[in-house]
Write a protein that binds this ligand. Structure first.
Ligand SMILES: Nc1ncnc2c1ncn2[C@@H]1O[C@H](COP(=O)(O)OP(=O)(O)OP(=O)(O)O)[C@@H](O)[C@H]1O
Ligand SMILES: [Mg+2]
Length: 281
């Protein structure tokens, strides 16, 4: 399968600073994969995502070498306007994602900017609304929505552009646990329904590993671990890099030592409880 994202030997230092924030980074992401990107605060995750959506080097200056290619387009050689149709970006805080007019106008905002003809715009907005199941919000004023609802509206605006790649930077950090879980589940469903590829920075690993195929760990600008979530989290190194291994996964690892469960895939707390209950009988 073709790679939607290819990062080769990427190095980046912000202008007027001396510290390299991304260091010899390589990553190839095939179509329809969901990748979770993790690593300690300040290790360069948001910077890496900026190099994927084009903010680096188009908006943030600095020392840049290597290449980033999204759906065959070289990010540094492609204008932001063209990249906007290929890479969608969901921020941590939905307030940063417009919210000026009505929910529908907000979803249409990116398409309007590109001058997409009205009938096509209508079609894509309706499609995004139905993908996200937010028909009931379409006529509401954005300022009266909850954070979780705003995040869904923002994601609808991203998907209306029909991007091949969607990157999400801590999209659940302002959400309560249940709404966060719903948003993450939604990503899993959207991958199947849109065929888009997702790269998500998310600290709630218990949630995101339910939908991720792959986990990449970054430390001081470099890629240090890369594998399936179970390979990464059952390995001994994840904790050394400050990854908060979910409680259920730690329990599973302990139980696996006694052969009570396997480690080929991650199990949720309910499933672990059921398995160990069965073992006792
Ligand atoms: N615009 C900027 N100019 C200069 N330095 C920056 C800029 N943005 C980030 N940095 C620095 O780059 C490093 C990586 O920051 P980045 O925001 O990419 O980390 P992060 O992994 O996303 O952290 P967090 O988990 O806290 O969001 C930090 O040392 C940060 O201070
Ligand atoms: Mg960040």
């Amino acid at each position: 399968m073709a790679n939607v994202l290819e990062i080769e030997k990427l190095n980046f230092t912000y202008v007027d600073t001396w510290k390299k924030v991304v260091s010899d980074f390589d990553l190839a992401v095939p179509e329809e994969e969901v990748v979770v990107l993790a690593g300690p605060s300040g290790c360069g995750k948001s910077t890496l995502l900026r190099a994927v959506n084009g903010l680096i080097p188009h908006m943030y200056g600095g020392q840049y070498s290597g290449s980033v290619t999204v759906a065959g387009k070289s990010v540094k050689d492609t204008p932001m306007r063209d990249l906007a149709q290929t890479v969608g970006f969901l921020f941590q805080n939905p307030e940063n994602q417009i919210f000026m007019f009505s929910v529908e106008r907000d979803i249409a905002f990116g398409l309007e900017n590109l001058g997409v003809p009205r009938p096509e715009m209508r079609k894509r907005v309706d499609e995004a609304i139905s993908l996200l199941g937010i028909e009931h919000l379409a006529q509401r004023a954005p300022h009266e929505l909850s954070d979780g609802q705003k995040q869904r509206v923002a994601l609808a605006g991203v998907l209306a552009m029909r991007p091949r790649l969607v990157i999400l930077d801590e999209p659940t950090s302002l959400l309560d646990p249940r709404t966060a879980a719903e948003l993450v589940e939604l990503v899993g469903r959207l991958r199947k329904e849109t065929g888009a590829t997702f790269v998500i920075v998310e600290h709630r690993l218990d949630l995101v590993t339910r939908v991720a195929d792959r986990m990449v760990v970054m430390d001081r600008g470099a890629k240090v671990l890369d594998g399936t979530p179970s390979q990464v989290l059952f390995g001994d190194e994840a904790e050394l890099y400050g990854i908060a291994v979910p409680a259920a996964t730690r329990l599973q690892k302990l139980l696996a030592k006694d052969g009570a469960v396997g480690t080929d895939r991650l199990m949720g707390p309910e499933e672990l409880a059921a398995e160990t209950g069965r073992g006792k009988k």
